[in-house]
Design a protein around this ligand. Structure first.
Ligand code: NAD
Length: 262
């Protein structure tokens, strides 16, 4: 048996229109899952590749519990259950405390933490109803392992998401529900990192800085790629990881290990 075969499984991926979410949705679909991508901003460029992989697209603003419930109920209506949830939707927030408004706080915490919590709430109902359980993967961050100085609200949101992962994993192991997280370092080809590079005075220097932040990325002379995160999401979502719960996998090229040798 191939333990990463996801035939007949239903998977929901939030924020799946671009970047890590899109790559994760494709990896899950290629492994056989029926994937539903939920995003508040669907992109027409995905229509063709998603249709080839039979990936369904749904508009959903994950900051709304009502919309999340509707999404999960729809996903569960396909086969009667949800097998996999990837809480991936997220936004960055590069601001020091003096410049953070209440709206900034609500946007970042609402997207990165509250949405994952209520996503879990409404997916777990559809994983426990028949006793079979399921797998939830939260896309946290390198900032979910160690705090960072340049984006405190983002750091707080991802540290909270890492805590949410462990807390709910402990609560729901008895229900055969596994809840894990991935913690990427800077990932190329994502809108999040592209927007950081776009606002830099010197684009090339910004890319070099991002690569240099991860010792393994520096050694390979390139950024971490979306597919490298998606493969970890696929592994955690599948039965290959059946005894793994409450774990955070760093996919950060060693960024969170400490100060590298010069
Ligand atoms: P991205 O901007 O390419 O993708 C994020 C997706 O989330 C977008 O499609 C966006 O439309 C969607 N989204 C944002 N707010 C939403 C909302 N309220 N409702 C529904 N959809 C929403 O960036 P990405 O890097 O692929 O981000 C995916 C996840 O990876 C995020 O949680 C991010 O924090 C995390 N992450 C990214 C990096 C990186 O270097 N890019 C590093 C660590 C962690």
């Amino acid at each position: 048996m191939n333990a990463t075969d996801l035939t007949d499984r239903v998977a929901v991926v939030t924020g799946g229109a671009s970047g890590i979410g899109r790559a994760s949705a494709a990896a899950l679909a290629e492994a056989g899952a029926k994937v539903i991508v939920a995003d508040y901003s669907l992109l027409s460029e995905n229509d063709e590749p998603f249709s080839t992989l039979k990936i369904e697209q749904q508009v959903c603003d994950v900051r709304s519990e009502r919309e999340l419930k509707k999404l999960m109920d729809h996903a569960a209506s396909l086969t009667g259950r949800i097998d996999i949830l990837v809480n991936n939707a997220g936004i960055g927030m590069v601001k020091q405390i003096d410049n953070v408004s209440e709206d900034d706080w609500d946007a970042c915490i609402g997207t990165n933490v509250k949405a994952a919590f209520f996503g879990c709430k409404h997916a777990i109902r559809h994983m426990t109803s028949d006793g079979l359980g399921g797998s939830i993967v939260n896309v946290s961050s390198n900032a979910g392992i160690l705090p960072r100085a340049h984006d405190p609200v983002y750091s707080i949101s991802k540290l909270a998401l890492s805590g949410l992962t462990k807390s709910l994993a402990l609560c729901h192991s008895k229900d055969r529900i596994r809840i894990n997280g991935v913690c990427p370092g800077p990932v190329g080809g994502t809108r999040m990192i592209e927007s950081e590079i776009d606002i830099a005075d010197d684009r090339d220097a910004a890319i070099k800085r991002l690569i240099a932040a991860s010792p393994a990325a520096q050694a390979h002379g390139r950024m971490i790629e979306v597919d490298e995160v998606a493969q970890a999401v696929l592994y955690l979502a599948s039965d290959a990881a059946i005894m793994i719960t409450g774990t955070l996998i760093a996919i950060d090229g060693g960024k969170s290990l400490g100060v590298p040798p010069q």
